[in-house]
Design a protein around this ligand. Sequence first.
Ligand code: SF4
Length: 325
Amino acid sequence: MIPRYIQNRDRLKALLPELKGHLEKCSLCPRRCQADRRVRKGACGVGAETAVALFQPFFYEEPPVSGTQGAGNVFFTGCNLTCLFCQNYEISQEHKGVVLSVEELAVIFLRLQNEDGVHNINLVSPTPHLPFIIPALLLAADRGLTIPVVYNTNGYETSESVEMIALFADIFLPDLKYVSRETSAELSGSADYPHFAWEAVEQMITLNGYGKFSSEGVMEEGVIIRHLVLPGYIDESLRLLEEIRRRLGKYVPVSVMSQYTPVWKAKEHPILKEPLKKEEYQRIIDKIAELGFENGWVQDPGSAGEDYIPRFLGDKVQLFRRKGV
Ligand code: SF4
């Protein structure tokens, strides 16, 4: 396969002035905070430079993303949501990370490909960093980058950004967190998240399709929707699954995660301070079976805990089945 950032090299180059404009007046995400990022950081905590907290081969994404060699995860600093249960809060909310130049970012991409042999470059929380990611990908492509790009996002995206991202991202891994404005406002600081995230996911499926896989079962193109089940908010998850089935059909790949662990502000939240109960997660598994989804993954209920290691069932594409869950 030829990755999109190579296929669309000229179109991406033409976007560079527009991306620079976002550093002066940013509207890259639905916050549209208009920050002049040259003088102050935006609502996401990102300013005129990119910063990365961690990059490494990662084996705990969904099986066709991690494959046998791992995904090439690059965790970017900052976030446009403020989820009080964020499992990566040190990076997203406390803004831990190392400032990098565009060239250094390109070198990271190349190192993950050439030295670690990963299947893809998996950009985690990338949207505020688009003005640096796109030139870094172009530079890395000039120096030999050829593996697909995964766009690992909370789903809070504008349609303009999704259109731009689909020019270089072969695979989208968007979250769908909520259906209700009230829950979204309370837990993630954004009442309009459901509106934007649902529209973004539909657009991603239109642009990238449900999924194409190599003969070894590694994903090369497509979309996987992710949903983290929260304790005490099971009705929200049940409604969300019904809505996915109604709006997107039964073939859309869905990954349901049980890895919730009370961290950061969730430790003081009256409901979220508790871990996810086995009975709660079982209701979700039952719902998945009832709705008849054909493609996706459920996380092993034992994947939670402060020192959890996410364990996805099986090593290739798994159908949702109650058996073995
Ligand atoms: S990406 Fe950051 S700076 Fe840009 S609009 Fe969103 S919150 Fe504001």
